[in-house]
Design a protein. Structure first.
Ligand code: SF4
Ligand code: SF4
Ligand code: FES
Ligand code: FES
Lengths: 828, 173
């Protein structure tokens, strides 16, 4: 990063003089001034290795008089340049004062031609059937710099295996690999899981994995973006479409709070009734959010949008009790009547994928019928209000964290709950940031953490409040860090416990003056894509708790799959007189609803989400409509209109204008503002794909980050930490697995991912297991709190601390404990 | 398990290096000695010993010609066919050697005694053509000399075999 401190050096590139920060390599420097030095192995997100030799350039130095430091001039008065005798690899050389670079010359052109010719001696040239054809750096650079014709004997080509599954999701074509090592280095340097390597050498070289598990990290898909040829392809997309027949639509991943910017490649497709269909999802560059990466859940988890379980028509329950199809007008009228007759006894529970527009419209509708009861689902994570106060400062970019900075991760496993944050914290660690992981159990984050502190299950808040006493050296590092970011989740905490932890984190940040500045503050590791949007638009988990305790007459469930998440839901839902359900799927709640309104997924509509770092980001319509489903906000607005609350808006953009006018936090978040882009480094996509890979250039907007109260200079007060913990001999802690059987991930077509979801299990400590006569692999029955007992397989694998069992949520169809509860485990 | 069988030797190997990872190559040699070649078992055990991902160990075994990832004969003949040797007829020598033994490149004779493969420069260019048999150099070769060596090895193997038989007969008696 260029800071005021960085020394600038003078470099001459192709006869023009420029200033660059010292330490930058020649490829990057040239790129910044629009001079192209072609590369294959170098990638701006990884360390240079100088393996492919494509970046050869002429390099020299301006000669100075040793004694005086004066520049020596030649006879015609120009500075004397001493050229290095051989061409140099630009990727492994840094800028320095007086360096002179020629990016093209006879020698350079010939070197490039030779490198390309040499690469092609072993290349199958099967571009017509290659997934990368059309967006392939090797293809492009061959056209640009290659010899046009080969002098080699085609018969002598090396023939290697073309269909090697490296994992379940990625295939390797050994013939196409040009041995650049980008995939290997991505796994080692970026993902931190060195399960790929070279094997053999020379022309026999192949990429291998013999690890167990093999190449199935959550980040594996990214290697297909940075592979400069079609050697790595995804099982999901390979042979699916040609790049040039697809449109790219800027969209967002809505599976977790990171809010990765993505791009949907779409085309009219026979498999989708001739409608526009998403063929693949790739990362879209947003350096502050996901850089150029995304996780495999987001990449492959789009099949649910075309699931056969999608609701296609509005339905209304007749007096007799069965649901029947209705027109939108009739269904809207039925809903309006129910709400109008409720006498204000109305509440809304909105799920984690409801957009800002949906939430605002719901809030307006509720207000119109006299209700302010707005619940956020799932009601597991408190403290979004504290994030609004002391959340990471405006302009925060995790990529700027490094030496002298610190990151604390507490009560969460980022790898499972927000994978790209895990990846970015890992790279911050590699740049020198001090990373502390605090949990009640071991997580894979521990592998690279600088310090791991364990606390007793459920006692996150008190443990953190005591940090200075218990682990003074760790506390010291955090307190004195130049910049400090805290990621706080709610694993193993009750809703009150979660609030206590968030308050403890907020207090610590305020006391140590780590608020109101970029790269400092709190991030809530909340479920879903829009928990912060829920907060700003008035929805809270506390309200949900109140709605459950005091059931309203009419409850609107907006994309909240309550029965699948909460084992107690069937019971509390039965106390509600009427449920109006806005849903994607024919789910349990829908089966109890009086009015069912089919709504569109993120794929078929536009809208906006507010991510965990409070960035409001916009997504665009990518896929053709399904049945009669409409955006949730539109369904709600039509009900409001029917109730005489005013005309329904015509577009999501108009709804956002209303939000901007009504909610101060959203000032500056009009769609046109959200769509603004600026140049980002490194350049990717389009003409730059040789350099950064096929991850898409951002043309849809970088979003706008909402300022925290601290950013705005408001005084932020310390709060009381009211600890809350569950007691019991055996405590059941619900955990989150990235791949699970949630409706918005699981779908009939997604066999690919279905196979990757773990079979239901519970993790139990060896001592507890011995006491209960349970062995690894036994079927056991777990009951927790009021939940129906579930039968799952016991894993005695050292993951659970004594007295705690870890029960992943959503691994089975029936709901398991939503929050921590005392429970029992018995062998069956 | 290597760790138990060769505990002292492994300790001694580790003691020479600053980190466990650095000991991967001598440990692979040890494993190769034990298993006859670098098999899956060898990779897994060395990975555990060096605290490395097995993929990285396999990669090292794949890179260096002195590790064999396939079972091979009792006498592993690696013929240098690199430039200096090639100029002194190594290619012809290599071809004739294969014909004499009746094997393809990388193949092993049916009696399990000889494996022939070609390798890059072994740094004995001044004594070309040359080969190494189980890491010992045989230099200034021609086919006549080679045939004699092969017979000697056959005899050696046969003697060992009958010696082993006698030895086991003795223990029985
Ligand atoms: S598979 Fe692709 S990224 Fe990996 S080394 Fe080969 S060409 Fe490079
Ligand atoms: S990290 Fe989160 S937002 Fe990004 S692709 Fe994965 S699930 Fe989606
Ligand atoms: S050697 Fe510089 S890009 Fe490959
Ligand atoms: S070329 Fe054969 S030993 Fe050097």
């Amino acid at each position: 990063m260029v800071t005021a401190m960085t020394k600038l050096v003078k470099v001459i590139i192709d006869d023009r003089e420029y200033d660059f920060p010292a330490g930058m390599n020649l490829v990057d420097a040239a790129k910044q001034v629009d001079v192209t030095i072609p590369v294959f192995c170098y990638h701006p997100k990884m360390k240079p290795v100088g393996m492919c030799r494509m970046c050869l350039v002429e390099v020299g130095n301006i000669q100075k008089d040793r004694a005086t430091g004066e520049v020596l001039l030649d006879d015609s008065g120009n500075p004397q340049i001493r050229w290095m005798p051989k061409l140099q690899t630009a990727c492994t050389m840094n800028v320095s004062d007086g360096l002179v670079l020629r990016s093209t010359s006879k020698a350079v052109d010939e070197a490039r031609r030779n490198v390309v010719e040499f690469l092609l001696t072993s290349h199958p040239l099967d571009c017509p059937i290659c997934d990368k054809g059309g967006e392939c750096p090797l293809q492009n650079q061959t056209m640009e710099y290659g010899p046009g014709e080969s002098r080699m004997n085609f018969e002598d080509k090396k023939h290697l295996d073309k269909h090697v599954p490296l994992g379940d999701l990625i295939f390797l074509d050994e013939e196409r690999c040009i041995q650049c090592g980008r995939c290997v280095r991505f796994q080692a340097e970026v993902a931190g899981d060195d399960v790929l390597a070279f094997h053999e050498r020379g022309r026999d070289l192949q990429i291998i994995t013999v690890s167990d598990p093999g190449f199935d990290t959550y980040f594996s898909g990214n290697t297909t973006d940075i592979c400069p040829v079609g050697a790595l392809t995804t099982t999901d997309f390979r042979f699916g479409a040609r790049p040039w027949e697809m449109n790219s639509v800027p969209t967002l991943c809505n599976h977790c709070p990171v809010g990765c910017n993505t791009s949907a490649s779409t085309r009219l497709d026979r498999d989708f009734g001739g409608k526009t269909m998403i063929k693949r999802i790739m990362a879209r560059q947003n350096e502050q959010v996901n850089e150029i990466w995304m996780c495999d859940k987001g990449r492959f988890g789009h099949h649910f949008t075309r699931s056969e379980d999608r609701l296609l028509q509005p339905m209304v329950r007749a007096a007799g009790g069965s649901l029947s199809r209705e027109t939108w007008a009739d269904a809207v009228a039925a809903a309006a009547k129910l709400l109008g007759d409720a006498n204000g006894s109305v509440a809304v529970i909105a799920g984690p994928s409801a957009t800002n527009e949906d939430l605002f419209t719901l809030k307006q509708l509720a207000a119109g019928v006299g209700s302010t009861r707005l619940g956020a689902w799932p009601p597991t994570h408190a403290g979004a209000d504290l994030v609004a106060k002391v959340g990471v400062g405006k302009g925060t970019n995790l990529s700027n964290l490094g030496k002298g900075d610190a990151v604390l991760v507490i009560a969460t496993d980022l790898e499972e709950e927000a994978p790209i944050w895990r990846l970015r914290v890992k790279t911050a660690h590699d740049r020198g940031a001090y990373v502390v992981v605090a949990n009640a159990r071991k997580t894979r984050m521990d592998d690279f953490a600088d310090a791991v502190t364990m606390y007793q299950t459920g006692h996150a808040a008190t443990a953190f409040a005591d940090l200075r006493k218990q682990h003074p050296e760790v506390a010291e590092r955090l307190i004195n860090a130049n910049n400090l970011v805290v990621f706080a989740g709610a694993e193993g905490l009750t809703l009150d416990g979660s609030r206590a932890l968030m308050q403890a984190c907020a207090n610590f940040l305020i006391e140590t003056n780590h608020v109101g500045r970029a790269n400092n503050g709190l991030v809530g590791v909340f479920p879903g894509a829009n928990a912060m949007g829920q907060h700003y638009l008035g929805f809270s988990p506390e309200a949900t708790r109140d709605i459950i305790a005091n059931p309203p007459k009419v409850l609107i469930l907006a994309q909240a799959d309550v029965v699948a998440d909460d084992p107690a839901a069937a019971a509390w839902l039965s106390k509600v007189e009427t449920v109006i359900s806005l849903s994607l799927f024919d789910d349990e709640a829908t089966r109890q609803a009086k009015v069912v309104l089919p709504v569109q997924s993120f794929a078929e509509r536009d809208g906006s989400y507010t991510n965990g770092e409070r960035r409001v980001q916009r997504f665009y319509t990518a896929q053709g409509p399904i049945g009669e489903a409409i955006p949730a906000w539109q369904a709600v607005a039509r009900i409001a209109e029917k109730l005489g609350q005013g005309k329904a808006r015509l577009s999501a953009a108009q709804v956002m204008n209303d939000i901007v006018a009504a909610i101060p936090a959203f000032a500056g978040c009009k769609y046109s503002d959200l769509a603004k882009v600026e140049a980002q480094f490194p350049q990717v996509g389009g003409d730059d794909l040789y350099y950064g890979g096929t991850s898409y250039k951002n043309t849809g907007g970088l979003g706008v980050q909402i300022a925290s109260a601290a950013d705005n200079g408001e005084a932020v007060a310390l709060g009381d930490v009211k600890a809350d913990a569950v007691k019991g001999d055996l405590i059941v802690v619900p955990t989150v697995r990235l791949y699970n059987r949630e409706r918005v991930f699981q779908a009939s077509e997604a066999q690919l991912m279905a196979a990757r979801v773990a079979a239901p299990y519970v993790e139990i400590n060896a001592e507890d297991a011995a006491r209960l006569a349970i062995h690894d692999g036994d079927m056991v029955q777990v009951s927790a709190g009021a939940a129906q007992p579930v039968k799952v397989r016991a894993h005695v694998n050292g993951a659970a601390p004594k007295g705690t069992v870890l029960l992943p949520r959503n691994l089975q169809q029936t709901a398991t404990a939503l929050t921590i509860a005392a429970g029992t485990v018995t062998k069956v | 398990m290597l760790a138990e069988k060769y505990a002292a030797r492994i300790d001694q190997i580790f003691s020479k290096y600053p980190t466990k990872r650095s000991a991967v190559m001598p440990l692979l040699h040890l494993a190769q000695e034990e298993f006859g070649y670098v098999n899956e078992e060898a990779i897994q055990q060395v990975a555990v010993l060096c605290d490395m991902d097995p993929t990285q160990v396999q990669s090292i075994a794949g890179f260096y010609t002195m590790y064999s990832e396939r079972p091979k004969g009792k006498y592993w003949l690696q013929v240098c066919t690199d430039l200096a040797c090639a100029l002194r007829g190594a290619d012809k020598f290599h071809k004739e050697l294969k014909e004499h033994l009746g094997v393809e490149e990388g193949g092993t004779t049916e009696d399990g005694l000889f494996t022939v493969e070609h390798v890059m420069c072994l740094a004995a260019c001044d004594k070309a053509p040359m080969l190494q048999c189980n890491f010992h150099f045989e230099e200034n070769l021609d086919m006549d000399k080679m045939k004699a060596r092969i017979e000697a090895w056959r005899a050696e193997a046969a003697a060992e075999k009958s010696g082993a038989k006698k030895a086991s007969a003795k223990t029985k008696a």
